[in-house]
Design a protein. Structure first.
Length: 337
């Protein structure tokens, strides 16, 4: 009886200064944050990645089923995601505020904040005057603002994705890390670029978070732009075996006679109708160019995506594992005239 009374009450706790990280979530997964402590697709307001850290609990309560839910705040880019999650998925960080997972979470938010147009939120990630590596140049708040304003005006849409982080050096007062970031930027008149940066960053631990004290690009790579779309209106035989769908679907390679003027490509997929721009963006984000061949079969328009061209079959073979790992596991090499 006493237990039932307790579970039916709304047990509101005080603000908790302890920080938490996610628990019981598979690597690469996410946890839904909800507007109310009810499991329903309509209540989701955001998601926390499996490596999410720095989560603060505002208060918790039990529902009628005896499950404890907590209203939390999670740093996400330049703002905080707020809502309800089940207490089962939280565990206290207990001093692990300089762990690799916590550093990775901070850096993911650091890069994500640069996608937004809120400079006041961005500058909270820096320790001023910040220092550039090697040349010892100091950067003030006003210098950073001026630089970012001009950059944001030129490239109004930006996307940054942290793909790798390793710790180079740990000291009592700072931590040096190396990051790899895939980026895509878009400006006026559909001008766009994508590429990869490898950076060295010095972090200063402060309370349960960090400040960026120094940053330098070790390598700046701009991916080649894709070749223009090739619109070839080829009519196929009605009895030719072809399997296509709105999703990426492999086709069987056709046997052809070897010719000295052939180019080598990796067949990445076939589509009915228009191709999703995010699919093509994934190809360029991985450093590849592509061509699209348009054909007609039984009155249906098919668009085939070929990655390349490559200078010889050897180059295509070298690229094939990456294409299969990041774009289409069923991709294969095909030569075209």
């Amino acid at each position: 009886m006493k237990k039932n009374i307790i579970l039916s009450l709304l047990l509101v706790g005080s603000v908790n200064a302890t920080e938490y990280q996610l628990n019981h979530i598979k690597k690469g997964g996410t946890l839904n944050v909800r507007e109310v402590p009810v499991i329903d697709s309509k209540t989701v307001v955001g998601k926390i990645p499996a490596n999410g850290t720095g989560i603060r609990i505002n208060h918790c309560k039990f529902n009628k089923s005896g499950d404890e839910w907590c209203y939390i705040k999670y740093p996400l880019g330049g703002y905080h995601l707020e809502g309800w999650i089940n207490r089962y998925y939280l565990k206290a960080m207990k001093g692990n505020t300089t762990s690799k997972i916590h550093i990775t979470n901070f850096l993911s938010n650091f890069y994500m904040a640069d996608e937004e147009n809120f400079l006041d939120k961005l500058q909270v990630f820096y320790e001023f005057p910040m220092q550039q590596y090697f040349n010892k140049t100091h950067v003030s708040v006003m210098q950073l603002r001026s630089k970012k304003v001009n950059y944001y005006k030129k490239w109004s849409k930006r996307s940054y994705r942290l793909t790798h982080m390793k710790i180079l050096k740990r000291r009592d007062k700072y931590i040096d890390v190396q990051t790899t970031v895939l980026w895509t930027i878009k400006g006026k008149d559909d001008e766009s670029q994508s590429g990869k940066d490898i950076q060295k960053i010095r972090l200063l631990p402060q309370d349960n978070t960090f400040k960026v004290f120094a940053l330098k690009n070790l390598k700046h790579t701009i991916f080649p732009k894709p070749e223009p779309i090739v619109e070839e209106n080829n009519t196929m035989n009605n009895n030719e075996e072809t399997t296509v769908d709105k999703n990426v679907v492999p086709e069987r390679p056709k046997t052809s006679t070897v010719s000295s003027n052939k180019k080598y490509y990796i067949k990445a997929g076939s589509f009915f109708g228009e191709i999703n721009s995010s699919y093509l963006a994934k190809i360029t984000a991985n450093g590849f160019g592509y061509v699209v061949q348009k054909a007609t079969q039984n009155g249906n328009t098919i668009r085939r995506v070929y990655i390349g061209p490559f200078n010889g079959s050897g180059k295509a073979k070298d690229a094939l594992p990456k294409v299969r790992a990041t774009i289409n596991p069923n991709a294969y090499i095909q030569s075209l005239k």
